[in-house]
Write a protein that binds this ligand. Structure first.
Ligand code: MSP
Length: 649
């Protein structure tokens, strides 16, 4: 086994604060890291912030900050959130000069090997997802987020992705573990088999980005920037390649296709494994800031605790698949597995040892049946964990707790304690030892997922070793020392009262929402007094009905229409108003209507307007049209047929 284990989370975009979706990935990564620590490996978890995006630039401008200062605030927010969850990490910012240097270095290596060339890019681009959308037409929506794409056409640098199709397919075939889960690898294989197009890796005339080391004003396209952070993070100590990139399924293509191709082009080793997890859904859709359905992690952490939340996320959702988040499911699961299951086993066992054995673990080899169940659990837990099947691993642990619960009911330690003969006393030793030994084993197994709660249980059992460095691969039945004095017993997983808990979360969440909106520059401005929308004319002074009836509005039929010489706005109309003869009207609508559009059309005429001369033509009446300031006039018309000469009232 490699003495070191280096894993990564994605680097998170800083146009959003951490939410339960991003937290899920970080907490899962930390559990994996801790597990490898318990295999005796020196571990490193790299996470960070992905800052060079147009969205970040826009958000920063809106908040009146430079993109760098805005990113600093948000990347600190991510750091603080992971600190609160007690996740140790190394943090990489894409704005770090060291990262700039790595990206430029990698570019040069790829270029030297002949995989970079300049060309014209013209196509659709999704600003939100930072995604050039292949095969899209102007006006098409982004396939990922549904927002309209923008057409861009510019001189860019391209990466010769097409040259890597065969090598990538060979990679997936020769190392099926490279992309996991299998069903996701199959998607990638069929995508690559469909053919790979060369990839534009630069953008023109953007300021916020890493400069491409060439003539002109190019910065790197975000994915030729972000992915390389994995390399930057460990470049100095030569820890590359990573053992694991943990990511969400939405960014698998970038990781499973682009990234290995970039590395192959630069003659660098590939990461050992890429695992794509599913999404946390809220109300059955992906949680995201833009949809406004985010669940914020901090209120959950404060009210429920970091460890129960970590447990829930990995127990409830099969890793790799999507899972819906709901408070009810969360609370039910924590009460069942942690308060009633693990918590109850701990308090019962330790209290009985205190009561019946003066607080010292009795000497016994334990129940053979329970010992066997525990051995099987250790093996199946490890197998499931190493296959990223955390839910199955945790299910095994809970099943072992149930075995002990049942044995306690069968042995009836409270009855045995009353019998003084050697046999019942030996049986009492057996069940107490077995329960305590199972408690020790499950505490060790759960330590990567619930580090703090397990450390407390460990101390309550009287264990003095450091749980973080305990070797999970050496964990076996019978290692609990007889005579060990148990520690202070206190409840670790209180039962949650749903109504109370949800209220508490809500209160904190409201405050968090305000704080985060302010951080993102989204505070609502104080409502300005109402004003008409632009272009809407203010209302004229009030009139009476008597005033109104003075205006004689009639339905007219346009008989002829022709332009007025020398006046490009005017049309000369004759209009039938069911009078003795048609009228002549000059109307300023030539820019909005052609004569052909008007002839035969019924219109509204102010019929009793005093005649006036326009360009030498006497106009008797005015045609009624609506418009905003500076918008073309639209003639008033009728949906139903209406007789010529009818009056409007
Ligand atoms: N910046 C890129 C990643 C670059 S990595 C070299 C990015 N950032 S992101 O902030 O949008 O997403 C980061 C990770 O969070 C992705 O793996 C994504 O799948 C994950 N999640 C975002 N929302 C999620 C859920 N609702 N549920 C689970 N994970 C989700 O993409």
């Amino acid at each position: 086994m490699n003495p070191k284990f280096y894993l990564t989370t994605p680097i998170y975009y800083v146009n959003s604060a951490p939410h339960l979706g991003t937290t899920y990935c970080t907490l899962a990564a930390d559990a994996i890291r801790r597990y490898h620590g318990m295999l005796g490996q020196e571990t490193l978890l790299v996470t960070g912030s992905d800052e060079h995006s147009q969205n970040v630039e826009r958000a920063a401008r809106k908040k009146g900050l430079s993109p760098f200062d805005f990113s600093t605030e948000l990347s600190n927010e991510f750091r603080q959130q992971w600190d609160k969850f007690k996740v140790p990490y190394r943090f990489i910012r894409t704005s770090d000069p060291a990262h700039h240097a790595t990206v430029q270095w990698l570019f040069e290596r790829c270029r030297k090997n002949g995989y970079i060339f300049p060309s014209t890019y013209s196509g659709q681009y999704c600003v939100h997802d930072e995604l050039y959308v292949n095969d899209a037409e102007p006006g098409d929506p982004c396939p990922d987020c549904g927002r309209p794409t923008e057409t861009v056409s510019e001189e860019n640098y391209f990466f010769k992705l097409s040259a890597f199709q065969d090598r990538l397919l060979a990679l997936y075939e020769n190392d099926p573990g490279f992309v996991q889960p299998d069903y996701r690898r199959n998607e990638i294989v069929s995508f690559v088999k469909g053919g790979l197009r060369d990839l534009s890796i630069s953008r023109n005339n953007l300021e916020w980005g890493i400069p491409v080391p060439v003539e002109g004003n190019h910065v790197f396209y975000v994915w030729f920037d972000a992915l390389i952070s994995y390399l930057t993070a460990v470049r100095e100590e030569k820890l590359w390649p990573a053992d694991l990139h943990l990511i969400g399924k939405d960014i698998l293509r970038f990781h499973a296709i682009y990234w290995p191709a970039f590395l192959m082009a630069a003659d660098l080793p590939l990461p050992k494994k890429i695992f794509a997890h599913g999404w946390i859904l809220k109300d059955s859709i992906k949680m995201s800031k833009s949809r406004g359905n985010v669940v914020r992690p901090e209120p959950l952490r404060q009210v429920i605790g970091a460890d129960p939340l970590r447990y829930f996320l990995l127990r409830e959702i099969p890793f790799g698949q999507d899972g819906n988040f709901s408070y009810d499911v969360l609370i039910t699961r924590i009460n069942a597995d942690l308060a009633n299951g693990l918590g109850n086993l701990a308090s019962r066992t330790l209290t009985m040892i205190r009561q019946y054995r003066g607080g010292s673990v009795p000497a016994s080899s334990g129940s053979a049946e329970i010992a066997e169940a525990a051995r099987a659990t250790i093996a199946s837990y490890r197998e499931a964990f190493e296959n990223f099947e955390f839910n199955r691993a945790l299910e095994q642990v809970m099943a072992l707790i149930t075995v002990v619960d049942k044995a306690i009911v069968q042995y009836q330690p409270w009855a045995l304690a009353k019998k003084e003969h050697a046999e019942p006393q030996a049986q009492l030793d057996e069940i107490l030892f077995s329960a305590a030994e199972v408690l020790r084993i499950v505490t060790a197994l759960l330590a990567p997922i619930m580090p703090e709660a397990c450390a407390q249980l460990w101390a309550q059992l009287g264990m003095t070793s450091n749980l973080e460095t305990l070797r999970i691969d050496e964990l076996a039945w019978g290692q609990l020392s007889a005579g060990q004095a148990i520690g202070e017993v206190a409840p670790v997983f209180p039962r949650l009262d749903a109504a109370k808990i949800i209220d508490q979360i809500q209160v904190i969440d409201d405050m968090e929402a305000d704080r985060i909106n302010e951080l993102l520059g989204k505070t609502e401005p104080v409502a300005a007094p109402w004003a008409p929308p632009p272009g809407i004319a203010p209302l004229s002074p009030e009139i009476t009905i008597d005033d109104f009836v003075k205006v004689d509005l009639r339905v007219g039929l346009v008989l002829t229409a022709e332009p007025v010489k020398g006046a490009d706005k005017l049309l000369h109309l004759t209009v039938d108003l069911a009078e003795e003869k048609p009228r002549t009207i000059v109307a300023g609508i030539a820019k909005a209507y052609t004569p052909e559009q008007l002839i035969g059309r019924k219109v509204v005429i102010v019929a009793n307007l005093a005649p006036r001369k326009l360009r030498g033509i006497e106009s008797r009446g005015m045609i009624v049209a609506a418009s905003l300031e500076d918008t073309p006039p639209v003639l008033a018309a009728f949906l139903e047929d209406v007789p010529v000469g009818a009056r409007l009232k």
